[in-house]
Write a protein that binds this ligand. Structure first.
Ligand SMILES: Cc1cc2nc3c(=O)[nH]c(=O)nc-3n(C[C@H](O)[C@H](O)[C@H](O)COP(=O)(O)OP(=O)(O)OC[C@H]3O[C@@H](n4cnc5c(N)ncnc54)[C@H](O)[C@@H]3O)c2cc1C
Length: 377
């Protein structure tokens, strides 16, 4: 890289109090929370790509805290207490988003959500008991006596077919992920946060004055504290195995005149999810058709999953609905074995905050509070 001018050295590249790597939702909310606690902090966010490129701008835009069978499955793998703790964080995160932005600015739609369930689900036996157990457990978090209600009567007019019943969560919502990230970015820049895009962090050094972070194209910046919000891309950078990459793929239909369904929808323990997007349908998931193949940070999707998603639509959309597939993309999630996000100090005193396990829209606003407290304590 050409040597920096004195102007660049004293502005964009001037030493900072905090360096955050990764301009996805985790990095952005972290900067926001740090400034809430100390507005005079000098913060830079370093982003590898021209716009954030991982999960935050490539997700499905569900503002959700978990569908019934997903939570039932979480109870098995995490235990009830951990499941509830994570649900509470997600619930609070969504409330925070609602308070922070006006609906119009981030395309927030209070549309309600549903889970479709079939008789061959392993949770079908004793479903009534399981739903009422969940409702009891979630009452104190959501303030709703029955957050999940049977809504099978809505199936015949939904445009969906080959589902046996449907459970409604009227608090679930949808939003525009691009607008969310862009608006939060603009708010941070208005508060004086520097964002350096095209800064692919390669390595860093620590001495008694703090950190020096170096990019793959020989840029360098110094800061007192260093936080990695690099999600699925963290392992090679940090030489660790904290987070497993999991690719998620999405397809979007052509506009469908008089689209009957409105809302967010889930199926099969969270492995399939779809929503209205104006008068189109956005469908994502299918990762369970090829777990191994989707354990990757490669953003080029695979035909296996794309065809699985297309087949899902063909099976479950009423045959009277005509459409074609007009868009498809993929993003990379970060997962941990215990399904809990990871926050904490790692190599050489750098801090790592990653792995929202596929629900970072809801989780990042709240995890950022923990990060800010840890960093400023
Ligand atoms: C297909 C899909 C659907 C999803 N649907 C939903 C949903 O509906 N609701 C929900 O709540 N969650 C959903 N998620 C999950 C959610 O999007 C993520 O949990 C969340 O966006 C994670 O944010 P993050 O900032 O941790 O990671 P990311 O958004 O991946 O951000 C990490 C950033 O770090 C940058 N970076 C990486 N390495 C470097 C480096 N060396 N130097 C500089 N920068 C670097 C990347 O470019 C990236 O911008 C979905 C995810 C996917 C992929």
């Amino acid at each position: 890289m050409a040597s920096l001018s004195i102007w660049e050295q004293e502005s964009f590249y001037a030493p900072k109090d905090i360096i955050i790597v990764g301009a996805g939702l985790m990095g952005l909310w972290t900067a926001w929370e740090l400034l809430q606690r100390n507005p005079s902090l000098r913060i830079v966010i370093l982003e590898k790509n021209s716009t954030p490129l991982g999960a935050s701008t490539r997700n499905a835009g569900f503002a959700c805290f978990g569908s019934p069978t997903e939570l039932m499955s979480d109870m098995e793998t995490m235990g009830i207490d951990d499941m509830l703790e994570v649900v509470e964080m997600r619930y609070k995160g969504i409330e925070k988003i609602k308070q922070h932005f006006s609906d119009e600015v981030i395309g927030f739609e209070h549309c309600g959500g549903y889970e479709c369930i079939n008789k061959d689900s392993r949770f079908w036996p004793a479903l009534d008991d399981r739903i009422s157990q969940l409702n009891k457990l979630l009452k104190d978090i959501t303030g709703h006596r029955s957050i999940f209600k049977y809504a099978g009567n809505k199936l015949p007019t939904s445009g969906l077919q080959h589902f046996d019943t449907m459970i409604e969560n009227s608090t679930e919502a949808a939003l525009h992920s691009g607008k969310l990230v862009q608006t939060l970015t603009q708010q941070l820049m208005a508060k004086g946060v520097t964002i350096l895009s095209g800064f692919p962090v390669k390595e860093w050094q620590k001495d008694s004055n703090g950190f020096e972070v170096l990019s793959a194209n020989d840029q360098s910046i110094k800061g007192t504290k260093l936080i990695f919000c690099t999600n699925a891309f963290s392992n090679s950078l940090l030489d660790s195995s904290t987070v497993e990459p999991a690719r998620g793929q999405i397809i979007v239909t052509s506009p469908i005149p008089d689209l009957p369904m409105k809302g967010t929808f889930h199926f099969d323990e969270g492995y399939y999810y779809w929503r209205h997007l104006g008068n189109r349908i956005l469908l994502g998931g299918g990762r369970n058709a090829d777990f191994e193949g989707e354990n990757t940070t490669d953003l080029n999707g695979s035909d296996i999953i794309r065809n699985t998603l297309i087949a899902f639509l063909q099976k479950h959309l009423s045959s009277s609905i005509q459409y074609s597939i007009e868009h498809s993309w993929s993003g990379i999630m970060g997962f941990t074995e215990n399904k809990r996000p990871f926050t904490g100090y790692v190599k050489d005193g750098a801090y790592l905050a990653v792995a929202c396990n596929g629900m970072g829209v809801a989780l990042t606003p709240v995890i950022a509070e923990t990060i800010a407290s840890d960093i400023l304590s």
